[in-house]
Design a protein around this ligand. Structure first.
Ligand SMILES: Cc1ncc(COP(=O)(O)O)c(C=O)c1O
Length: 410
């Protein structure tokens, strides 16, 4: 089965249940509006259709030799590669451990690390309890506060990491907080953690469906060592999650569960753990459909231009800010303030220009629309420059006073 997804453009992919009707108190039936995506997202329609096909050839993975078992095993393994590709890394460097959700992924990591009270886990003060409670079970916790802007206080993290000299250190931080919405600079945190011999785990439950993530596998200082997320928050059905980690680190850990599928050889007295890291770390039969649906969601999300969505709102902000600054400047009492605001408007005009250039590069606008925007942009920019220049001349020649004298109350 081909797991690849047809490329989408700016329109968000279709969701199942978007035409679901509910009865209101006055007896009217209206479309259900889901405002609870941070908890659980609806499902991408495309995933559902692909899974319908997959279920026809569904069988036991990694165990049987029948054709359905072979098909399912191949799809399961392809799914792992897709998930890693989505995160910009390869199976040579990273291993995927399939779990039930983010909570079970973090619990699993905490067990596999076999923490002791010498070990220190650095979490932020704005973590979900899934990334706080599991660490309390053995290690010591240091909580990093947010600064006055609600962002992780990186200086505090740096100093705390420096001050802790013994035991193993792990920084466990959410990439996007479910409490404050703060986005954390995951690669800056990685550089800070690695500079103090600590490892980094990113709880990406809230990040994965909203931002492009690259684990930067080959850039040691900035790379993310572990990451976890859940399918049900990224438009994938059938409940599943992942713990993904650097192979060299997982190889040194002892699996927390043991049983069928996680060993290659068993006698009454001994057993050999499976050479394959994923098999070794997930005893028993995995939820194949859960993992495949995560891979399918990755395929859809990777084509959804989140960056362009951001560019679109930047373009709107920039175009509003040009006119707002001109109007505000006009009402100012000082020539200097007026000039400052006009210069800000000029900056917004430049930002607007880079926005529509991005749309052109991504082939999201027609050439004729691009030319119209370009003409408009140059017209606005030239007018702004002309105005700024003429005011500067007046300022130099003293033709226009520095402060406008309005009678009080006007
Ligand atoms: C930031 C964050 N981490 C972890 C979780 C736990 O996710 P799950 O319930 O899928 O284990 C959530 C759920 O809301 C979350 O928002």
């Amino acid at each position: 089965m081909n797991l690849a997804h047809e490329k989408t453009i700016l329109k968000f992919p279709e969701l199942i249940g978007s035409d679901f009707l509910v009865e209101t108190l006055n007896g009217q039936r209206v479309k259900y509006l889901n405002l609870d995506n941070a908890a659980t997202t609806p499902t991408f329609k495309a995933i559902y259709h692909k899974l319908e096909v997959l279920l026809c050839g569904y069988g036991s993975i990694h165990r049987g030799s029948g054709i359905k078992s072979q098909i399912s095993t191949a799809i399961f393994e392809e799914s792992i590669s897709i998930i890693l590709r989505f995160l910009g890394v390869t199976p040579t460097d990273y291993a995927v451990i399939f779990t039930q959700n983010t909570t079970s992924a973090i619990n699993k990591l905490s067990r596999m690390l076999m923490l002791s009270t010498d070990d220190i886990i650095f979490v932020s003060e704005f973590e979900h309890s899934a990334n706080d409670l599991p660490w309390r079970k053995g290690a010591r916790i240091v909580r990093i506060p947010a600064d006055s802007n609600g962002q992780l206080d990186l200086d505090y993290l740096d100093t705390s990491l420096k001050n802790e000299k013994c035991g193993r250190k792990l920084v466990a931080i959410s990439g996007a907080s479910n409490i404050t919405g703060a986005l954390t600079p995951i690669h800056e945190i990685a550089v800070c953690a690695h500079a103090h011999n600590a490892h980094l785990m990113i709880d990406a439950a809230q990040l994965v469906a909203h931002r492009e993530i690259n684990l930067l596998g080959n850039q040691s200082a900035e790379q993310i060592d572990f990451i976890s997320f859940s399918g049900h928050k990224m438009y994938a059905p059938f409940g599943g999650g992942v713990l993904i980690g650097r192979r060299d680190l997982i190889e040194k850990m002892v699996p927390d569960d043991i049983g069928g599928g996680s060993v290659d050889f068993v006698t009454h007295d001994t057993y050999d753990l499976a050479a394959d890291l994923m098999k070794r770390s997930t005893a028993g039969t995995s939820n194949v459909i859960g993992l495949v649906s995560i891979a399918l969601a990755c395929e859809i999300l990777k084509d959804f231009p989140f960056e362009l969505k951001k560019v679109a709102s930047n373009a709107i902000d920039a175009s509003h800010s040009i006119s707002r600054n001109i109007a505000e400047g006009y009402c100012r009492r000082s020539l200097r303030e007026y000039l400052n605001l006009l210069n800000v408007a000029l900056g917004s005009s430049g930002e607007f220009h880079s926005c529509y250039e991005s749309f052109r590069a991504a082939k999201q606008i027609t050439e004729s629309d691009y030319r119209r925007l370009d003409e408009l942009h140059y017209k606005v920019e030239n007018e702004l420059l002309r105005l700024i220049e003429s005011l500067q001349k007046k300022q130099v020649s003293g033709e226009w006073m520095e402060h406008f004298d309005f009678p009080e109350g006007e």
